[in-house]
Design a protein around this ligand. Structure first.
Ligand SMILES: Nc1ncnc2c1ncn2[C@@H]1O[C@H](COP(=O)(O)OP(=O)(O)O)[C@@H](O)[C@H]1O
Ligand SMILES: N[C@@H](CCOP(=O)(O)O)C(=O)O
Length: 319
């Protein structure tokens, strides 16, 4: 599933001639994506990933593509857009905006161990620091403004108790976003969706982050919380695994030490990160876009996680 637009070798050959990549040998659709049409492309110079953007427009893409390029140029392991001979990284192919990026070695890690969590924590901290001089600005488009618009659209589909829980949590996050503490947190470009399936590993070595198309400017801690809520949990229960949490946080902290303000904000941000994905999954589940062909992710997974983050103490963040 999920090559929405087909691209043939005949389509690709004239297109690739604007790059310094020699002849194209093969193109193979990647079945696992859900947003875009992705292909592995082999040329004289090696293997690449071609993406045709099915929803994002050419006006929306520069923030993401330039961020990936900016990070790659600063030594962060990410899928790097390949420029054509004129230095352009955003193109059109088969009527869709398109980009070619480096192919990351290996595969994603479905059952991460502490060693993988440490790799991600270390590289995420380096990525946050490298993003400090990124000149483009875009808010996290799945941030609190979006939560505010989306919660009323989905709450009536929920049983009464869950609907009240959602409304209470929204109130809590609104108050937190108005607090002095929130505005004292470090912020900058963040990935904002760094789940297990968006990081490649070659054995136990991280080979790179990809799928930056939810990136935006938000608190660095939000990025950490999104990742912890996926990398360091038992997928059945949503419970945090202290050993993996420690491995992630210690590796991050060794590169970019957490501040006292971040320690104070940690629990609220962990809750916000769970709420963000509960809301997006509820939205995709109850209000699927027209002609949506894919099975939506289960929203109850993030409802469970959010309830746990509200009701149980989180492992501490140490400055
Ligand atoms: N730069 C890359 N290097 C290697 N594989 C990649 C790269 N980008 C995407 N892929 C492969 O394509 C799949 C789908 O990519 P993804 O970005 O998740 O698609 P979508 O945005 O459509 O959800 C990934 O699971 C991965 O196997
Ligand atoms: N990580 C999100 C869904 C975003 O999809 P992706 O496959 O493009 O990362 C979730 O799990 O709800």
């Amino acid at each position: 599933m999920a090559v929405f637009t087909s691209v043939s070798l005949q389509d690709l050959t004239p297109w690739i001639s604007s790059f310094s990549l020699g002849q194209v040998h093969s193109i193979k659709g990647i079945s696992s994506g859900i947003e875009n049409s992705n292909f592995f492309v082999r040329t004289d110079k090696g293997e690449y990933v071609l993406t045709l953007f099915e929803k994002l427009t050419a006006e929306e893409l520069p923030f993401y593509l330039n961020l990936m390029q900016h990070l790659a140029q600063r030594g962060i392991k990410v899928a790097a857009p390949v420029p054509d001979r004129d230095g352009r990284i955003l193109h059109f192919l088969c009527g869709k905006p398109a980009s070619l990026v480096t192919k990351l070695e290996g595969d994603w890690q479905p059952e991460p161990k502490p060693v993988h969590c440490a790799e991600v924590g270390d590289m995420m901290a380096k990525m946050h620091l490298a993003g400090r001089d990124y000149p483009l600005e875009q808010p996290n488009l799945r941030g609190i403004d979006w939560w505010r618009k989306t919660a009323p659209l989905v709450q009536d589909y929920l049983p009464v108790e869950a609907s009240l829980f959602l409304q209470n949590e929204m109130r809590f996050q609104e108050e937190f976003a108005d607090s002095d503490l929130y505005w004292k947190l470090f912020r900058g470009p963040v990935h904002a969706d760094l789940f297990r399936n968006n990081v490649m590993f070659n054995g136990d070595k991280l080979s790179g982050f990809f799928d930056f198309y939810f990136a935006g400017c938000d608190t660095w801690l939000f990025d950490v919380a999104v990742a912890i809520n996926d990398w360091c949990i038992d997928l059945e229960t949503g419970e945090l695994d202290d050993t993996r949490v420690r491995a992630f946080l210690d590796a991050y902290h060794a590169v970019r030490p957490f501040t006292l303000d971040e320690c104070a904000a940690w629990k609220a941000i962990l809750r916000g990160a769970a709420l963000r994905f509960w809301l997006s999954r509820l939205y995709d589940y109850y209000l699927p876009r027209e002609a949506e062909m894919l099975t939506p992710h289960d929203p109850r997974h993030f409802e469970r996680i959010l309830r746990l983050r509200v009701n149980k103490p989180a492992p501490e963040l140490i400055a």
